[in-house]
Design a protein. Structure first.
Length: 346
């Protein structure tokens, strides 16, 4: 941990800049980290997973009393090469994720607002970021020097499996599995007798956990090329709200890690939904998915281009949302703090 000299009783401090994207927090640590070696960001993620020194930062910032069970953030690290502005290691209460759309949007806005990537007062500024699943881009829109939104272009996304019969303690449901930088299982909320509303929040968490647990070690959860990306990252429970003038309209909640809930419509989860909608004939080229969250915020998404990934039909998703800064923080860990880096109750 970074040591604060000259302050009696303070063993460590760390500074962050916090944003939220469509209601989902993202805590950014841009400097003061110990070295996280690796030839690529994916390699750095593996190192961080096994490093007690690096993981103390994650624990300090995500756990109570400085964080909470649904906190999310990232460590800014060097990119894989000079084709990107920087890299990032995404983290949550249970570890390190392979992709994060809402975090990519927040990082793009942070990079422009804090001068990490130079921009003019009007137009679009591209921020290129290396993440564990590949290279992504946030295109930040500005008008009169103010950010008006950001568009996130993800890695190619594709269908893994359809209509898998999943037996859980809450009942038997059919799940679709797809990849959008991480592997997700999609299930209609109605299959559990639920709707994606705050009133059903505890039951949605239970359902999401049950589906992930049932599928996490299945063949469908194995990444075909990179075992570091294997495992069901989250369960997307969704409501079909019909069609708007420009395409399908759905509401979703993504339950990831061990019961953590995305307050936004989930950027990588939205990406994973696109190839499923295309395969079902519900999203055509030129149409837009309107994707709402459990708290009423919204992403819009479209297919930017079609791609082939190892013989699989894939799409390159483009997801648009908004991110806002919520604060700058200087967190302190005193030598005599009885809970140390903190705790998690869920």
């Amino acid at each position: 941990m970074a040591t604060a000299a000259g302050e009696r009783g303070v063993g460590a401090t760390v500074s962050t800049i916090d944003y939220h994207t469509a209601g989902e927090p993202f805590r950014i640590v841009a400097d003061g980290l110990p070295e996280i070696p690796g030839a690529t960001v994916a390699d750095r993620r593996v190192f961080a997973q096994g490093s007690a020194e690096v993981d103390r930062y994650r624990q300090l910032l995500v756990q109570e009393p400085r964080g909470h069970a649904d906190m999310y953030g990232g460590f800014v690290v060097p990119p894989d090469d000079d084709g990107a502005h920087f890299g990032v290691l995404f983290w949550h209460k249970d570890g390190y994720s392979t992709a994060c759309g809402h975090g990519t949007i927040a990082l793009g806005v942070w990079a422009v607002e804090h001068g990490v990537v130079p921009s003019g007062p009007d137009g679009v500024t591209d921020v290129v970021i290396d993440v564990p699943s590949g290279r992504v881009r946030a295109s930040v829109h500005l008008r009169g020097g103010a950010v008006t939104g950001a568009t996130f272009v993800n890695v190619p996304s594709y269908v893994v499996a359809r209509a898998l019969r999943v037996e859980t303690e809450l009942g038997t449901v059919d799940a679709d599995v797809s990849y959008g930088g991480a592997i997700y299982a999609s299930v209609p909320a109605s299959a559990f007798g639920l709707e994606v509303t705050p009133e059903h929040y505890p039951a949605l968490i239970a359902a999401g956990r049950a589906v992930k647990s049932a599928l996490n070690d299945s063949p469908a959860a194995q990444h075909p090329e990179d075992p570091r990306l294997s495992g069901i990252y989250g369960t997307i429970l969704y409501d079909d709200l019909g069609r708007d003038a420009d395409g399908p309209h759905q509401r979703n909640v993504t339950v990831f890690a061990d019961g953590e809930v995305d307050r936004s419509p989930c950027g990588s989860g939205t990406s994973a939904r696109l190839p499923l909608l295309v395969a079902d004939g519900l999203l055509a080229d030129g149409e837009t998915l309107t994707h709402d969250s459990i708290v009423g915020t919204r992403f819009t998404a479209r297919v930017r281009e079609h791609f082939d990934v190892g013989g699989r039909a894939a799409v390159v998703p483009e997801v648009k949302g908004r991110a806002s800064m919520t604060g700058e923080h200087r967190f302190v860990l005193r030598d005599d703090d009885e809970v140390g880096t903190g705790f998690t109750l869920r």
